[in-house]
Design a protein around this ligand. Structure first.
Ligand SMILES: Nc1ncnc2c1ncn2[C@@H]1O[C@H](COP(=O)(O)OP(=O)(O)OP(=O)(O)O)[C@@H](O)[C@H]1O
Length: 299
């Protein structure tokens, strides 16, 4: 068990992440992502409509919200897999708005997908090696000197094997990725993301489809990312997991950020409870998003 866990078994939370009163879009003491006016429409649908958003560095932030809230679309935009209608954002102080996914990844912002993208007809080890960035064999000059890329290939393989041991996938190294279980593929995706030494790891529903036997292992790996100095942003529907490991929670509904804060505060927010538990509460999500007023009238 990692040392960032209290004797009670609960992970140590990182606090003091924001500055000023807690509200959607609140400033962070040390933000790794700062985004403004990001909108993405599909036909008439406003999938994402985020006025201002900051993601705290060195912490684990959960992005939650009901189905269709815009979480994956926001992930796609921030990682260059989709283009917004409007919006600007920075990663680590550099403007990356509109930058291609490939370049964003090279800068150290890596993501995984809701449906894992492991290449089934490649071995687990080859999947890992594909995750590395800046491979020398890619360039024309270095490709002319096999000794250069052979040495690098050995280094990559050593790094991949080390990560596979850590993620308990080393016994599967020579197997096709297609033969792995859903949970093992999630582990492979996370291990592969680490091949490029990322600064920010974005995980889209890391727990979905993972059987209980692998859940603890995945949780520990996510906590380890923070321990090793990385920032984590993840989308998740499992609220127990969110309150267990997240230092900060951001809630989306109908494309907007409707609440954010430390999990113990956000989880008590009536709009959040409403979104997840369908409880009969006096605050409608529509009120929070500005779609309807307190009387339920469309605005
Ligand atoms: N490529 C697309 N074309 C048309 N509509 C889309 C497209 N991608 C997303 N949408 C719509 O945008 C809205 C936001 O979808 P998104 O997948 O981002 O939500 P989500 O919060 O990630 O949901 P879930 O939790 O179910 O994954 C939804 O209404 C969805 O149907």
């Amino acid at each position: 068990m990692s040392s960032n866990v209290l004797p009670t078994g609960r992970p140590v939370k990182t606090t003091g992440l924001h500055s000023g009163e807690i509200a959607p879009g609140v400033a962070k003491v040390d933000p790794i992502i700062v985004a403004d006016n990001i909108t993405r429409t599909f036909g008439g649908l406003h999938a994402v409509d985020v006025a201002h958003l900051e993601i705290p560095r060195g912490a684990i932030t959960a992005l939650i919200g009901p189905n269709g809230a815009g979480k994956t679309t926001l992930f796609n935009l921030l990682t260059g897999f989709d283009k917004p209608n409007t919006g600007t954002w920075t990663f680590d102080g550099k403007s990356i708005s509109g930058m291609s996914a490939f370049k964003v990844a090279r800068l150290g912002q890596i993501r995984t997908f809701q449906l894992t993208k492991a290449l089934g007809l490649l071995t687990v080890l080859d999947n890992m090696k594909l995750g590395a960035k800046g491979q020398r064999g890619e360039g024309l000059f270095s490709s002319l000197f096999p000794a250069l890329w052979r040495k690098q290939d050995q280094e990559l393989e050593a790094r991949a094997q080390e990560l596979l041991v850590k993620f308990k996938l080393d016994a599967k190294s020579a197997d096709y990725a297609a033969s792995l279980s859903g949970g093992q593929r999630k582990l492979l995706e996370m291990a592969r993301a680490l091949m490029s030494d990322p600064t920010l790891v974005m995980l889209d529903e890391p727990m979905a489809g993972v059987n209980p036997a692998l859940t603890q292992s995945l949780l520990d790996h996510i906590l380890d990312l923070k321990k090793e100095g990385m920032t984590v942003l993840f989308v998740e529907h499992d609220m127990a997991m969110v309150s267990h490991i997240a230092d900060w929670v951001i809630v989306m509904a109908e494309g907007k950020i409707v609440a954010e804060g430390p999990p113990e505060i956000v989880m008590k927010n009536p709009a959040v409870i409403d979104a997840y538990l369908g409880a009969h509460l006096d605050v409608d999500l529509g009120v929070v998003t500005g779609r309807v007023n307190e009387k339920g009238e469309q605005l």
